[in-house]
Design a protein around this ligand. Sequence first.
Ligand code: ZN
Ligand code: ZN
Length: 167
Amino acid sequence: MNTPAHTADPIADDWQLPWEGGCRCGQVRLRITAPPLLSMACHCTGCQRMSASAFSLSLAIPTPGFEVVSGEPVIGGLHGDSHHYFCPRCKSWMFTRTEGMDEFVNIRPTMLDRHEWFVPFMETWTDEKLPWAATPAVHSFAMLPDLEAFPALIQAYALEGARPSKA
Ligand SMILES: [Zn+2]
Ligand SMILES: [Zn+2]
């Protein structure tokens, strides 16, 4: 589905694309033009540290539909196979690219100017979650799901995942 968002593309319309977003200080701005593949919450202790909270939130965006339109994000976090990108000025954790998984970028949905519609569809690393932490995710995994589980998850999310309400 590479139809430009400005045409009457029913999928872009369904998701109210394109989306704009940015960091806390506004130096780094993002633009998303493709529907997300999945929405997630991750309870792992690494995400607890980096989010300074109980869990991180992600929207997996197909890479061709993701663009940094201003600012120069810098690598922070692990400095490993997962590249965690931050605003160089306000240090907001904005998105993650993972080596060997170049098809998608995991953005933090709270960077989107409109994100009140976001609901995590799946959650990972519940083995490490804070005892009180709960999300409305309909698929829960003690650690990460097997790679072969993803096509069915992506298909289910395309049908059932929460959408932005019509503006
Ligand atoms: Zn910033
Ligand atoms: Zn995590």
